[in-house]
Design a protein around this ligand. Structure first.
Ligand SMILES: Nc1ncnc2c1ncn2[C@@H]1O[C@H](COP(=O)(O)OP(=O)(O)OP(=O)(O)O)[C@@H](O)[C@H]1O
Ligand SMILES: [Mg+2]
Length: 256
């Protein structure tokens, strides 16, 4: 699904990505972890088609990347909800915006279609436990609720590729686990390709079939993860070993 060859990117004189190579096969997941400022969000912006002027080659779904794709669902680090729309309207926006580009005008207003879409929206609202906040504006939500609304908006569309930037960092531990499980379930059920950026080793192990450890501007190590989708315990020796491997790559060479 994603093929990246010799990717480089600079903001002015600052080279923030250097010679990055990465393959993410279709219907698989990849978790990217690395220190603050190492280039994770920049990588995600490029894959989302939001940054131009990179060096190297990027293929998404077999084609050279050419701007924003309709089938890519993205959540940026700040969630990106529109402040003047309610939670319900923000979520509906993804669906309707996508439908508008795909369907002839005559079909857009079909009652049946609207009913199906509303059902989809309601299901996601319930699954993410934000139905009660549907009519609120983003400014009236907690950080965690905002993030859940943003996740709902990305999940409700018919995407084949999801790009998530630290979606769970503002959430409490219980909600975080519920959301990780929801994402995993949807990814598996719908055969989605997922790249998720995280600062949590546990989340990387739970959500990433590949764990990509970055250091400043570069990929340091790609670890194949046999424990993806499993809730493991530190008392489990194999899990603990993998955790330590990721941790070692993450902190190697760091002054702590
Ligand atoms: N718009 C911009 N203009 C100039 N420099 C930028 C811009 N955005 C990011 N940078 C710089 O590029 C580098 C990589 O930033 P990026 O946001 O990709 O890091 P990150 O790995 O996502 O960090 P974090 O974990 O803190 O979110 C940083 O040094 C940052 O200061
Ligand atoms: Mg970032």
């Amino acid at each position: 699904m994603i093929h990246i060859k010799s990717l480089g990117y600079s903001y002015g004189n600052e080279e923030v990505l250097k010679d990055v190579h990465l393959n993410i096969p279709e219907k698989t997941t990849c978790a990217v972890i690395g220190p603050s400022g190492c280039g994770k969000t920049t990588l995600l912006y490029i894959l989302a088609g939001l940054l131009k002027g990179y060096k190297g080659e990027v293929y998404v779904s077999g084609r050279p990347l050419a701007g924003v794709r309709k089938e890519t669902g993205i959540i940026l680090q700040d969630g990106g909800l529109l402040p003047w729309k309610t939670v319900g309207e923000n979520i509906a926006l993804g669906i309707y915006a996508k439908r508008r580009t795909k369907m002839p005008a005559s079909l857009q207003v079909r009652k049946e279609d609207k009913r199906v879409m509303q059902e989809k929206i309601d299901n996601v609202l319930c699954e993410l436990d934000i139905k009660a906040h549907c009519d609120k504006f983003p400014s009236q939500l907690s950080g965690g609720q905002k993030q859940r609304a943003a996740i709902a908006r990305a999940l409700v569309t018919d995407s084949d590729l999801l790009l998530f930037d630290e979606i769970s960092s503002a959430l409490d531990a219980v909600t975080k686990e519920k959301i990780q499980e929801l994402i995993l379930r949807l990814q598996q059920k719908n055969g989605l390709t997922l790249m998720t950026i995280t600062h949590s080793i546990e989340e990387a192990i739970f959500l990433g079939q590949q764990i990509v450890v970055m250091e400043k501007s570069k990929i340091k190590q790609i670890i194949e993860n046999p424990y993806y989708g499993k809730r493991m315990l530190y008392s489990d020796e194999a899990y603990y070993e993998l955790y330590q491997v990721v941790r070692t790559f993450l902190y190697e060479g760091e002054k702590r």
